[in-house]
Ligand binder design. Structure first.
Ligand code: GTP
Ligand code: MG
Length: 193
């Protein structure tokens, strides 16, 4: 898939802040630090369009990026990030839940899981609550470059089993730019369905 243009359109902190233009949206969700923002940069062929950092909790708003004037990729805040003034884990904030439930332009969610972690209780809980909203969710494993062949096989098995998937998930590396063609195919399918 060829990205001819990719631009940051806006950040939203409430449903009122969603883009007015009605184009299909694909959003990226997953635990803090799993690589959501990096993957979006890599998919869009940009290095720094989406802000990334080694500090978990970098992304705090919904950030909308318009690709080829055809659809939006949406960067969501990480789940399971302990907020400063709230000792409780913020599995999936009310705002993200509201967005997933109410935004008619949202065609699907890419849920990222670190291949090294194989699906944690937070991942299991969050994926279940997204499925309950009826929004299509595609689980994708991240950071392929961090594991060897046997760790990869085990990670994929664990994720498939724990997140109750029909098949083994795709595994991508933003660093090495692998698995991207397969992921684009899934994204375009979701957009056009
Ligand atoms: P939050 O915004 O905090 O929820 O994090 P995020 O999921 O957006 O993660 P982000 O893209 O900011 O990446 C977190 C860290 O992981 C950064 O240090 C990235 O450089 C690193 N990282 C992301 N993707 C990869 C990858 O494919 N391979 C490797 N080795 N590191 C990666
Ligand atoms: Mg981020």
């Amino acid at each position: 898939y060829t990205v001819r243009s990719a631009k940051f359109v806006k950040a939203a902190v409430s449903l009122k802040g969603l883009p007015e233009e009605h184009l299909p949206q694909i959003a990226f969700l997953g635990r803090s630090n799993v690589g959501k923002s990096s993957l979006m940069n890599t998919l869009m062929g940009q290095k720094k369009l989406v802000k990334i950092s080694s500090t978990p909790g970098k992304t705090r708003e919904l950030n909308f990026f318009k690709v080829n004037d055809e659809f939006f990729l949406v960067d969501l805040p990480g789940v399971g990030f302990a907020k400063v003034n709230n000792a409780k884990r913020d599995q999936m904030s009310d705002f993200i839940r509201e967005y997933v439930e109410k935004c008619k332009d949202l065609k699907g969610l890419i849920y990222l899981v670190d291949i090294r972690h194989g699906g944690t209780p937070i991942d299991i809980e969050t994926v279940e609550s997204i499925r309950a909203t009826g929004c299509p969710v595609l689980v994708v494993a991240s950071k392929r470059d961090k594991v060897n062949q046997s760790e990869l096989a085990k990670g994929l098995r664990d994720i498939q089993q724990r997140l109750d998937l029909d098949q083994k998930p795709l595994c991508v590396s933003s660093l090495k730019k692998t698995g991207l063609d397969e992921l684009w195919t899934e994204i375009l399918e979701a957009i056009h369905s």
